[in-house]
Design a protein around this ligand. Sequence first.
Ligand code: USQ
Length: 392
Amino acid sequence: MRVMILGVDGYIGFPLAMRLIRDGNEVSGLDNFITRKRVKRVGSDSALPIKSFEKRNSALSEKFGSKVDFYYGDASNPLHLKKAIVAAKPDAVVHLAEQRSAPYSMLGLKEASETMSQNIMSTLNLIYAIKEVNKDAHILKLGTMGEYGTPNIDIPEGFFDIEYKGRRDTLPFPKSAGSWYHWTKVHDSNNLMFANKIWGLRITDVMQGVVYGSRTREIDNTGLYTRFDIDEVYGTAANRFSAEAVLGMPMTVYGKGGQTRGFLSLNDSINCLALALKNPPINGEYRVFNQFDEHYSINEVASMVKAAYLEMTGTEPQVQHVDNPRVEKEEHYYNPEHENLKKLGYVRMKPVSAEIKEVIADLQKHRRTLEKLKDRIMYGVRWRDSKDNING
Ligand code: USQ
């Protein structure tokens, strides 16, 4: 299969490229390295060493006999995207080229509008490029479980049956996102559903939970790390807690810590995306996968990291309930369905504790780099203080 990955230099993009190449697919990719730049802009960097894209791509040739056919470009620029798609002629496009940080989108109006335009425009550009170049190509789009918010009822996979004033229908489940970033994914989903309705495009809209972990089978094989962010803006909960434990800092649980999310390891995320590509939607289908393994409260995540670190080192990390910089429920009902990927054969590869121990071991090996990023653990992005930061 010919697969194009938009955002091929990212946390998920590069490991996915390795997996698809190892499995014998022809892989092309587009990136403009904006995540590397944005993370530097907030004063941080990957806590695990990552080589330039060129270098790691050459390493792929040596290891797997094939590499990514790379296009430098910005997916939110319609010309860059269309040119790459025309040249690479993909059977499937995996769209990972969006601004992926909720805190970044809440820094101020500048970052909110950057997130809105990059995310919504890149998806719209992709819809048009696929419609014009190859209507049969599969769009595999990364959305987020955060699109649903935390409603007080079960969350289905995309659609639900509803009865209202005596009439019944099957409708998209109402969305209630918690940051400008998460809302961009809602807007993307609406646009994808509409593109499917009018042009019959084949779409998988992946509602992915919070990803953690530093390894995949291919990272183990090649020693080529993917980026690993631990700062407040780009790092996610379990990865940050592991870094905090290694640094001897208390784990920063926001507020009461009863906030509950779906979690998935990096390795499982790659497995799920590969499964979705192998089992594409039928012609004219728009389908939704809730892509996570288990849901845990943030307190439970902190406890799992604590247990793993204690077992490895004999030292017990502390937990600190810091003032919640976000506006979110800290105690709530949470029960999302996640059957569609299991029906395709998804099973978790390793226990959560094993994944966390690998993260801790990797961070311990790169302790010097981690120490340099220590003051980026808290950056101070407060949802309530997001300002109009456009000069003039
Ligand atoms: N949290 C803490 N302490 C921390 C960091 C986070 O308590 O040090 C809490 C947050 O308040 C939140 C939860 O952990 O309740 C998740 O936060 P996160 O930073 O791990 O993840 P989030 O901002 O929700 O976004 C991440 C990815 C995003 C993806 C999303 C999936 O950055 O790209 O879409 O996870 S989901 O959360 O299911 O929407």
